[in-house]
Design a protein around this ligand. Structure first.
Ligand code: TXA
Ligand code: MG
Length: 355
């Protein structure tokens, strides 16, 4: 398939291009587009064939449901069977924005879009290109992240092209994703809202609006044997090609550990990369070091993390070490993605001392 590649300036949106993209969706085709979290791979959410095409283009298991993107609150009624009061409150505060809510679905949404579930995930992005595109597409765009299944979500148009060129009808190239991590997912179908995937909107932020919020226990505990409620959290997502290990502990010991490990790997001929914070970057003696941002600037770390994992892939890094980050606030979402990318391979220097 020939993929048409177009550029859109978010400060001067070309409506002709947006309308062309919308027509592709209305005719059952696929278009990748920017959002504030990560790039999405869009199809008509109400057309079962489109959803099937999305799974095929990504190489994604079809039991992993898609998020339906809307641009206006009025669009919600048609796709959900009930709007709980908590959802209205959350929408009021966090929509448009990086929050996805799980509702009971209406008959308008095919099971192909929801992976066979009776619930549907809905998000209203804030990105102006995304919103114009959704409106031009008829109002309901099903979109997973625009990566091949198992690769880090694309936070830059060049990564979308890397994965999707030749597989879909059009790629809309815009700016790099401002946030860089996928949306927070909250299930509001039960009495207490439950976070199924941590993201930019934190538990504390949600609780200020709707009171107590729980977190799917499988997110907090890697050893937990229950099934995660968001089917996508079951898979080892975001996996870089290299063998990634996260090193936790006092910062100077982490640096020392990584330096020794790198030296030993490099002497056995391996290509080794390090994900370092700005505070420590000059203390490493390894060959390939990438700075993910200051330890105190979690937004910058979230913004950079996936592109660093992709860059290491492109450089065929065989072994990667990363510093660990604080888990409060946005750090919880960052560590969730990093630990998943590492397949939960962690060296905890504190534990080793205690033993
Ligand atoms: O920020 C985002 O959410 C991005 C952009 C493009 O909007 N999209 C995204 O989609 O991350 P995807 O498909 O990569 O992740 C969707 C997640 C999966 O883990 C999936 O299992 C979960 O949402 N999900 C979708 N529908 C669900 C449902 N009805 N119940 C539980 N989890 C659901
Ligand atoms: Mg994804």
């Amino acid at each position: 398939m020939k993929t048409e590649i177009v550029f859109i300036d978010e400060n001067n949106i070309d409506q002709d291009i947006i309308d062309r993209a919308g027509d592709i969706i209305k005719r059952g085709g696929l278009v990748a587009f920017p959002t504030e979290t990560v790039y999405g791979l869009g199809g008509d959410a109400l057309n079962r064939e489109s959803s099937r095409k999305i799974y095929a283009a990504k190489g994604r298991p079809s039991d992993n449901p898609l998020i339906v993107h809307i641009a206006d609150m009025e669009a919600l009624d048609r796709i959900v069977s009930d709007i709980p009061a908590s959802a209205l409150k959350l929408a009021d505060y966090f929509w448009p924005g990086p929050l996805t809510m799980i509702f009971f679905k209406s008959d308008a949404v095919p099971y192909d879009t929801t992976g066979g579930l009776d619930t549907v995930a809905v998000r209203m992005p804030v990105d102006s290109v995304a919103r114009a595109f959704i409106r031009a597409s008829g109002g309901y765009v099903a979109a997973p992240s625009a990566n091949i299944s198992g690769r880090p979500s694309p936070t830059s148009a060049r990564f979308v092209e890397e994965d999707m060129d030749g597989r879909i009808d059009m790629i809309i190239k815009g700016d790099d994703s401002r946030i860089g991590l996928e949306s927070t997912i909250v299930d509001i179908t039960s009495e207490k809202p439950m976070i199924l995937r941590p993201g930019y909107i934190t538990k504390e932020m949600l609780e200020e609006v709707v009171g107590e919020v729980t977190i799917d226990p499988t997110i907090l505990d890697a050893a937990c044997t229950e099934r995660p409620k968001a089917p996508g959290m079951r898979y080892r997502h975001y996996a870089p090609k290299g063998d990634l290990t996260v090193v936790k502990g006092p910062e100077d010991e982490v640096v020392e550990y990584i330096n020794l490990a790198c030296a030993s790997m490099e002497s056995s001929g391996k290509k080794v990369g390090v994900i370092a914070t700005g505070e420590n970057v000059s203390n490493y003696s390894c060959a390939n070091i990438k700075c993910v941002g200051s330890r105190t600037d979690e937004e910058e770390i979230a913004h950079r993390l996936y592109s660093i994992l992709r860059e290491f892939d492109d450089e065929d890094m065989e072994v990667i070490y990363s510093e660990a980050f604080d888990e409060g606030g946005l750090g919880g979402a960052i560590m969730n993605r990093l630990l998943k990318a590492a397949g939960h391979q962690v060296i905890d220097l504190r534990q080793e001392e205690e033993e």
